[in-house]
Design a protein around this ligand. Structure first.
Ligand code: ADP
Length: 426
């Protein structure tokens, strides 16, 4: 059985290449507000779609908690910090709009200059793979998926409803973090557990970081001059949360996160793949329940768990340099897991044309990128040390005679959301 949403997934072709087309014609492109809501936080960016520049960005913290603060950063102007109670997301959005229109620190005269709002929404279950203009049905799906995304979906819905309340009539677009993974074929998304759980509860692999994988795989195809229909690309999104995807022509064929973001790579604090029997064993030995165990797998494992030092690669690398053997073991295990997935995805696609590194570690950690690539000699990967000696800049880091193009492509989830929002509301 193939879920309804899968059949309609068009993946990359709808979302890449639109930036030039959208500038044609008489339509005056204005600014898109991108919102990413957490349970007590709200990140935003206002993007001018004429040149895709960030006009302002900011962050509301401690929403619903004492000590709420909004930090507003207009491009080219001083930071503006407002400490004011924010009992809920609606008040927070109101303050963001005030900051955007502030005579001194603002960047727009009125909200008329904001053409639409794009929201990062975590989970759409099997209902949607494509981004969509929000209506009552869409909000119902976000609500129905609270079980699947208990930390994020409620906050995402609060963000949408806050925008509806504060800017009535303005279109809101939901861009799903699970969207990219929805084009995975059945053989990649099914867990080998009784099928009834898939039927009853939609237990399957979904994948996360979808906006980032969509953006980076699309940019890798454009930047690397690859065939937009057939290019086989592996994206390594290596941050505190880490995931890896395989896509053909920008359409995801496999990705490492599963029902939740816990599956796959070793991460900052998440274990990634593990024998489920480990959970039972530890629960019995330590007298803890499955909820506590899951908390350990999410928050106390990964490179933090192995090293005992930190979840931050900079700290672990410093500890390794000082001779800490567990720090060495954590980094070795992290790299080894990435390399195993690259091998598996190359096999799944029967080849690979490009490998792209992105996110905090992928964009900044020169040594880790090199260590991963050194495993890949069997694929004809050759890293150019000079080209690789770079942080946070789009660049081909393999040598001219490398059989696979290796690239550093900084991710930009906000821009990906803004492009989707513009595409659906222009
Ligand atoms: P997330 O969005 O999942 O929280 P990021 O993509 O922002 O994570 O990545 C954050 C991580 O990037 C940090 O925890 C750190 O491990 C890593 N990182 C950032 N800069 C560097 C650097 N210069 N060298 C090594 N690792 C880095």
């Amino acid at each position: 059985m193939v879920a309804e949403a899968d059949k309609n997934c068009s993946g990359y072709s709808d979302s890449v290449g639109t930036d030039t087309e959208l500038k044609l014609g008489d339509y005056i492109i204005m600014k898109i507000l991108v919102i990413n809501c957490g349970s007590s936080s709200l990140k935003y960016q206002l993007i001018d779609m004429n040149d895709e520049s960030v006009v302002a960005k900011g962050l509301c913290e401690r929403i619903g908690i004492e000590g709420s603060v909004l930090t507003h950063q207009p491009t080219g102007k001083d930071k503006y910090v407002i400490e004011q109670p924010m009992p809920d997301h609606k008040v927070a959005i109101g303050l963001v709009l005030d900051a955007l229109q502030d005579p001194e620190h603002g960047v727009v005269k009125s909200t008329d200059e904001i053409s639409a709002v794009g929201h990062r929404v975590l989970h759409a279950g099997t209902k949607y793979c494509e981004s969509i203009v929000v209506d009552e049905d869409v909000k119902k799906v976000v609500r129905e998926c609270f079980d699947l995304g208990p930390l994020h979906n409620p906050a995402n819905l609060m963000g949408i409803e806050a925008c509806e309340a504060v800017m009535p009539g303005k279109k809101n677009v939901a861009v799903w973090d699970t969207g990219f993974g929805m084009s995975m074929p059945e053989k990649a998304y099914l867990y080998a557990i009784p099928y009834e759980y898939f039927e009853k509860y939609e237990i399957r692999r979904y994948g996360f970081h979808g906006t980032s994988h969509m953006f980076v795989s699309g940019e890798a195809i454009k930047f690397g001059g690859l065939d937009p229909q057939n290019a086989k690309v592996i994206v390594c999104h290596l941050g505190n949360g880490a995931s890896i995807s395989a896509s053909i022509g920008g359409k995801c064929v496999d990705t490492s996160m599963g029902l939740t973001p816990l599956e796959g790579l070793i991460m900052g604090t998440r274990s990634g793949d593990i024998d489920p029997a480990v959970c039972q064993f530890i629960c019995n030995k330590e007298g803890i329940d499955i909820n506590e165990m899951l908390n350990i797998l999410n928050k106390k494992s990964g490179v933090l768990g192995i090293s005992g030092v930190s979840s931050d690669f900079r700290d672990i690398e410093a500890a390794r340099a000082a001779g800490n053997e567990r720090a060495q073991a954590a980094l070795d295990a992290f790299i080894y897991r990435v390399v195993k997935y690259i091998g598996a995805y190359t096999a799944a696609m029967n080849g690979v044309d490009a490998i792209a590194f992105t996110a905090g570690v992928g964009e900044n950690d020169i040594k880790t990128r090199k260590a991963i690539c050194e495993y890949l000699g069997y694929l004809g990967v050759k890293i150019d040390d000079e080209a690789n000696n770079i942080r946070g800049e789009r660049r081909v880091i393999s040598s001219a005679d490398s059989k696979v193009k290796v690239m550093l492509i900084p991710t930009n989830e906000e821009l990906a959301i803004a492009r989707e929002t513009l595409r659906l509301t222009k």
